[in-house]
Design a protein around this ligand. Structure first.
Ligand SMILES: [Zn+2]
Length: 301
């Protein structure tokens, strides 16, 4: 069977939104916000040039805040023919929202998206990949087709279920008999999952923030490159077909040393037979039409 590898570049244009959303409601630091401005302007321009040189159409997940705050820059992305996906309004953490708030943000994001693109969105990536127990059903209800937030698999697409009430949370204040309960059956929605991975993402290793314990920022990009290569090499050895979504941010991947690393990485990927670069919506179409295999990832059956 000929090898078929679908690679997607996924760019989160968080810009200022993720700095403004401090989770606690505290005020953002102006220096942090300036990093977002760098991403929307300098980083976006560099990545657009990079993708143009590489002949790659990427999927850019844009918070509404980025579309409305940097309309000229985001229009460059749109007009270059890249796919645009939803990424919240101000990078709010969906798992912290009430159901009513989650629906309101989704409705507003779609309104801004349609005004900007003239189309209905097909895909969503949860800000910080944090979803609520009902997010997949809400995507379905709002007419979306794919999600790029979940991690049931690391290289295969699948139809994704909501966590909903399939789990009982471990609550030490209660008698163990109340929470010593296995997972219930997960019922897949019509939403295609094109899974995310923190391990093929530029932010955790290469973005410094003293406000976020999970950030680093001083990892040698060559070490990250080696980790990305090893993951790809394993999938390439083990699977006839697989998908390989790479996650980047203009304020990280737009920096000189990180961009040089990705130039080397892409050239290396292109030496492999069967490699194709696609947007996530194209991969979604391939999966839905049965042109590429996927996985079954249900629990409780
Ligand atoms: Zn983001």
């Amino acid at each position: 069977m000929p090898k078929r590898v679908l690679i997607a570049y996924c760019i989160d244009v968080d810009a200022c939104a993720n700095w403004l959303n401090t989770k606690t409601g505290s005020h953002a630091n102006a220096s942090d916000v300036s990093r977002g401005v760098f991403g929307a302007n300098v980083g976006t321009d560099r990545l657009l040039k990079f993708f143009d040189q590489q002949g790659i159409k990427a999927t850019w997940f844009m918070p509404s805040h980025s579309i409305l705050s940097f309309p000229t820059q985001m229009a460059k992305v749109r007009d270059a023919g890249h796919e645009i996906g939803l990424h919240g309004y101000t990078h709010e953490y969906v798992s912290h929202l009430t159901e009513a708030q989650e629906r309101k943000v989704m409705a507003k994001s779609i309104e801004v998206y349609k005004e900007f693109t003239g189309k209905h969105p097909r895909g969503w990536a949860a800000p910080a990949w944090e979803v609520s127990p009902r997010s997949m059903s809400i995507l379905e209800e709002f007419g979306l087709e794919y999600d790029h937030s979940m991690m049931h698999h690391d290289c295969q697409p699948y139809y994704v279920a909501d966590m909903g009430d399939t789990v009982i949370h471990t609550d030490y204040s209660k008698d163990p008999d109340e929470w010593m309960v296995p997972m219930k059956e997960q019922v897949p929605t019509k939403i295609v999952e094109l899974p995310a991975s923190w391990f093929i993402d530029d932010w955790p290793p290469m973005q410094f923030s003293h406000r976020s314990p999970s950030s680093n920022g001083f990892v040698n990009p060559e070490d990250v490159e080696r980790q990305w290569r090893d993951q790809f090499s394993f999938f390439y050895r083990e699977y006839d077909t697989f998908i390989f979504p790479i996650s980047g941010h203009p304020q990280v991947s737009g920096r000189s040393n990180v961009l040089l690393m990705q130039e080397r990485f892409i050239e290396w990927l292109k030496t492999h037979e069967g490699v194709e670069f696609m947007t996530l919506e194209q991969i979604c179409d391939e999966y839905k039409s049965g042109k590429i295999a996927g996985a079954s990832v249900t629990a409780g059956v």
